[in-house]
Design a protein around this ligand. Structure first.
Ligand code: 9MR
Ligand code: 9MR
Length: 598
């Protein structure tokens, strides 16, 4: 499609630039009026790989021509829009600008006469490296129990919050060894989200997702430098960061019986204040089956990962496995202890009003923990009483649904089992590939050309994590069966998060042209600094409005508002950042695949 006329144009443009350089004059750029960048023309605001797919989505398109222009508004590529097969949730058809065949590195705009311009974007190798690394660095900014030093935190340096060295046993968690009011020390960990509490269930999936990122792409992840206090100590930075949370998790187990406290929390949410201003008493509350199994799963996985670092971390892998097995034993004896905050509040004081993470079904947690312990110990006993295939569903992981985390682990450690692997393995593999095939089927018919846009059901609280977790599923499938389509649609969901979406936002703070400035995140609200802490993923479009803040549209994918009161659409959370971090870093690790011919 890059015709002779345009090739001539590029040459002329290069001459013009060279002339401008030599003679010190400004080339005469066309006087095209701008002003509506990104309004009608949406794309990944960070950019694209030279050899990767490149798609822009055009709303309200009048004609069918589109152009790629330099930032100086010179055409370098021309193409024709295709009309989407299906409309948006709002009923409009879109124009699809596919410029994948334009491969020249540089900074550009997508221009559609009558519709306007995209935001500027870049074509280059490693184009997502920075945003991918920032999404892991974000965990440093989420650390409890440490002052953030300017050397690492820049203008977001802050005083230490929540030392958590004097945490009270809540009445709901009391036993003879630790009666109510007993003081325990439970420091470190990451704040969950916009709030300052620490929840085991949500820490479980988060920590595991980051461990998996390292496990799946160790060579690449060793190159990702985060500039955190532990940097340079001989461990990959991602593992240094994970350790901050994992060491907290280890303190959340009752040494007497192996059960794990559901969360470490204030009785009520803090005000929108800096962490060091929050001095309310902190409690650990009731033990539960979900928390205990998630703990077992993560620590079994951690024992596997850290067993490769025995010199740097002597004894750690072994204690992870010991604590994981103890947790498992507790859960087997207590297979159905629900964390029901309402019931708890009828019996015990003080009443607790913070996040519940109240799962009721533990089949998936048992599958996950049993899978991790089986791989970590190579002992088949953990799976003895577990039905690995309780139903035919293949749900994308969330904090309350972790079955696939178990499946991913079994499949990627397939070889370690030898001939004695679980008999269900081949069926699980078949189902995972079928789930990936189902996922991508019809994505190209949607108005935004993504898996994410296939269904309104994808747009709940934390919808951006759904997009990211879909991407992970596709990457897991790609690792089992290298069908390039899996990778392309994983990347398309990354495009979704970084700007090719109904709200027109790049949903990561600090990256893109139109991005969240007012996330529901206490430090970002209270620190008096205009820019929010970078690398944080906003929850994203959610028509539910559980926070009572009106979103600009009830179309699922447009139901987003950048308002710090809007916690149902604009909070940030560790379990949302982690799948984004996985997806963006995995794509970077796999970018060479896009250079292979199809
Ligand atoms: O800040 C809280 C956020 O982390 C939670 O996700 C959300 C829902 O549980 O609640 C937020 O806290 C609000 C509370 O629920 C109601 N009063 C206002 C609080 C701050 O906006
Ligand atoms: O992510 C959680 C979402 O799935 C729930 O629907 C919602 C209401 O219970 O809570 C979300 O988790 C919040 C947690 O309860 C408290 N910290 C902030 C979390 C993100 O909003």
């Amino acid at each position: 499609m890059c015709n002779k006329y345009l090739q001539g144009y590029i040459k002329n443009y290069c001459c013009l630039l060279a002339a401008a350089f030599v003679f010190g004059v400004q080339p005469a750029f066309s006087q095209q009026k701008t002003g509506n960048e990104g309004v009608n023309v949406r794309l990944n605001q960070t950019g694209f790989y030279p050899a990767g797919p490149k798609i822009g989505i055009v709303l309200n398109s009048k004609g069918d021509d589109f152009y790629i222009q330099t930032t100086a508004k010179k055409n370098v590529y021309a193409g024709k829009l295709k009309k989407s097969i299906k409309p948006t949730f709002g009923g409009a058809y879109t124009g699809i600008a596919d410029f994948s065949e334009f491969k020249t590195a540089g900074k550009y705009l997508l221009y559609v006469p009558g519709s306007g311009y995209s935001f500027p974007f870049e074509i280059k190798r490693a184009v997502y490296h920075d945003v991918a690394a920032a999404s892991i660095k974000a965990y440093y900014f989420m650390r409890a129990s440490i002052a953030l030093n300017e050397k690492y935190a820049g203008k977001w340096s802050r005083a230490e919050g929540h030392p958590d060295t004097s945490v009270l046993i809540h009445a709901s968690a009391a036993n003879s060894g630790r009666p109510a009011g007993t003081v325990i020390s439970s420091p470190r960990g990451w704040y969950d989200a916009g709030d300052y509490n620490k929840y085991i269930v949500n820490s479980g999936i988060t920590t595991s997702t980051l461990l998996s990122l390292y496990e799946d792409f160790p060579a690449y992840m060793k190159t990702v430098k985060l500039n955190i206090p532990e940097s340079g100590n001989g461990l990959p930075d991602i593992l240094n960061e994970v350790l901050w949370n994992m060491r907290w998790m280890l303190t959340m187990q009752d040494p007497a019986d192996g059960g794990v406290y559901h969360k470490l929390t204030n009785a009520a949410f803090d005000k929108m204040e800096m962490p060091d201003k929050s001095t309310e008493p902190r409690f650990v509350v009731q033990k539960g089956t979900a928390a205990t199994l998630d703990f077992a799963a993560v620590l079994a996985q951690a024992s596997r990962v850290f067993s490769k670092f025995k010199t740097q971390l002597p004894g750690l892998a072994d204690s992870c496995l010991t604590q994981a097995s103890k947790a498992w034993d507790w859960a087997v004896k207590n297979p159905n202890v629900v964390y029901n905050q309402d019931t708890m509040n009828k019996q015990f004081e003080p009443k607790v009003a913070t996040g519940a993470y109240g799962d009721r079904n533990f089949k998936d947690e048992f599958i996950w923990a049993a899978s991790e312990l089986t791989v970590a110990t190579q002992k088949p006993g953990f799976l003895k009483d577990i039905n690995l295939l309780p139903d035919t569903t293949m749900p994308v992981p969330t904090w309350s649904q972790v079955k696939l985390l178990g499946y991913y682990t079994l499949l990627k450690n397939n070889k370690a089992f030898g001939p004695n692997g679980p008999k269900e393995l081949s069926e699980i593999k078949k189902r995972l590939l079928a789930a990936a095939d189902n996922m991508i089927a019809g994505a190209d018919e949607t108005a935004y050309q993504t898996v994410m846009n296939k269904s309104a059901r994808h747009f709940g609280w934390g919808s951006n994590s759904e997009a990211a977790n879909e991407g992970i599923l596709l990457i897991q499938a790609y690792r089992l069966s290298p069908n390039k389509k899996y990778l392309d649609y994983a990347l398309a969901n990354l495009d979704y998060i970084l700007g090719r979406n109904g709200a027109g936002y790049s949903y990561i703070t600090g990256y893109g042209s139109k991005m969240p400035i007012h996330p529901h995140h206490r430090p970002s609200v209270a620190d008096g600094i205009a820019d929010p802490i970078p690398g944080l993923l906003a929850g994203g479009a959610n028509p539910g409005m559980q926070d009572g803040i009106k979103v600009p549209s009830t179309n699922p994918d447009e139901a987003y508002i950048d308002d710090d009161r809007a916690y149902a659409a604009n909070e940030i959370a560790i379990n949302w950042n982690a799948p984004f971090a996985y997806l963006a870093n995995a794509i970077e690790a796999l970018q060479a695949e896009f250079r292979k011919s199809k």
